[in-house]
Write a protein that binds this ligand. Structure first.
Ligand SMILES: [Zn+2]
Length: 453
């Protein structure tokens, strides 16, 4: 096949028919604008380094909301508003600690309390440790659990190529581990961090207590220390002292930051693109989800810079409280339903600022078939289109209104090295990978805007 060259990209003639010629050139134009003049990386630097952690309720949340509001206004949306929602306000309350001991051995483990967990207080909880590899093993040993600290040493399955499947498989130990152990009388829980990384940085994330059982302290252990502990427990019995300080303050007011750009021919049809503005308190939240926020803003900047005029209304949304409540996503869908808005499509980037590989769609077969015809245009920039995906924040819109949704899938091999851990910082994000994500998102939004779904 013979190719032609536009803007440095080889395009084969089969792609060049009819409307696709214009689309090819338009997307090339968008990509050039982003790859040459993007503000995404600098915006991420400000969000992570000047604002930093921004868990719901915190001072960082408030600062990040003002930052997003001002930046979206400056970037040129028609209107920007803050959509109020009540958010939970969990605070870590102190430095989490676990000391394990047996005879002359005494070791401080690298730990972090699970988000939403109840602290032990300064006195701590001390008890013998019982290790289990799974819920099945816990069930088999349930008579031995009373008064003990349960160590869930469930390994992130390395055989999944798409690491989010490994996460989906393992994360139940974080979510349900504490209450499942408490049901049998455990006094504390330690879980192996939900990660396949090689370092010893512990990974936090939400846990959910079942109100039928006592709320017990719960921490995640760094992977190296989890391996050390497991090996040590094979030699001898050990006890642990867990000291954590987490508690909830009363719910407080948070906001989705929404920037709207009215469409010229179908203003009643709304396309939403977004990421979540909150992050865990132990990190800068660069990949999770500063990346998705600055990519979202970058699409608006690039469209404005090239003089694009959308046919449909595009909303650029920085969602509140994805991490430990999802109140932002729920509020957005609730308001859309109340106002009887017509939501055509929603796209989220919340899987890290890595090299884009594809868009996973939760949509009808007809919609997917239509989107599939755009794949030759997108694949020039690295993405494929396939079923299955979306985003936590746009999930309620999909469920409540039936809005087709998609999630940007970047390469996932490094995401769980950083996810909810102290090393999720600005320096962990590669500028070019971040920008390529924005390029692909912008291209998809452009195509949906042009042709509908
Ligand atoms: Zn996230």
């Amino acid at each position: 096949m013979k190719g032609i060259i536009t803007g440095g990209i080889v395009i084969f003639c089969s792609v060049m028919a009819g409307a696709q010629t214009n689309d090819t050139l338009m997307i090339r134009n968008i990509a050039d604008e982003i790859l040459k003049n993007s503000a995404a990386y600098e915006n991420l630097r400000v969000l992570t380094k000047q604002i930093g952690p921004r868990l719901a309720g915190s001072a960082g949340m408030v600062k990040s909301e003002s930052w997003g509001y001002e930046l979206l206004k400056k970037t040129g949306a028609d209107t920007v508003w803050m959509q109020e929602c009540l958010v939970p306000y969990w605070v870590r309350g102190g430095k989490d600690e676990v000391i394990v001991q047996s005879g002359e051995i005494k070791k401080n483990l690298a730990v972090i309390a699970l988000g939403n967990s109840t602290g032990s207080g300064a006195k701590g909880v001390t008890a013998d440790i019982i290790e289990v590899a799974s819920f099945d093993e816990l069930e088999a040993k349930k008579d031995l659990v009373k008064g003990k600290i349960v160590f869930f040493n469930y390994h992130f399955k390395r055989s999944f190529v798409h690491t989010f499947r490994g996460y989906g498989d393992a994360v139940k130990y974080r979510g349900q581990g504490p209450s499942t152990a408490s049901k049998y009388g455990a006094v504390g829980v330690m879980i192996r961090s939900i990660s396949h990384g090689e370092n010893n940085v512990p990974h936090t994330g939400s846990t959910r207590y079942d109100s039928n059982y006592a709320k017990i302290p719960a921490v995640a252990i760094g992977l190296q220390d989890a391996d050390w502990l497991s090996a040590a427990l094979k030699e001898k019995k050990m006890d642990a002292t867990i000291k954590t300080y987490g508690y909830f303050k009363p719910d407080t007011t948070g906001h989705n930051i929404i920037a709207e750009w009215r469409g010229s021919t179908h203003p009643e049809e709304i396309i939403t693109v977004g990421g979540h503005l909150d992050s865990w308190d132990n990190c800068e939240g660069a990949h999770d989800d500063g990346a998705g926020c600055v990519q979202t803003i970058e699409i608006l900047r690039a469209f404005k810079a090239i003089g694009y005029k959308p046919k449909r209304t595009i909303r650029f949304v920085l969602f509140a409280n994805e991490e430990n409540g999802l109140r932002g996503g729920l509020k957005y869908a609730e308001a859309a339903k109340q106002k009887n808005e017509k939501h055509l499509f929603a796209l989220e980037s919340d899987a890290g600022g890595f090299t884009p590989r594809g868009f996973g769609f939760s949509a009808s077969a007809e919609v997917l078939a239509k989107v599939k015809t755009w794949e030759p245009l997108l694949s020039l920039y690295g993405t494929a289109v396939y079923p299955g995906g979306g985003g936590a924040d746009i999930g309620p819109l999909h469920r409540e209104l039936g809005t087709p949704m998609a999630g940007l899938d970047p390469d996932s091999q490094r995401y769980f090295d950083y996810h909810h851990a102290a090393n999720d910082v600005f320096e962990a994000v590669n500028r070019r990978e971040l920008e390529l994500g924005a390029v692909n998102m912008a291209a998809l939004i452009y195509l949906v805007d042009q042709y509908g779904l």
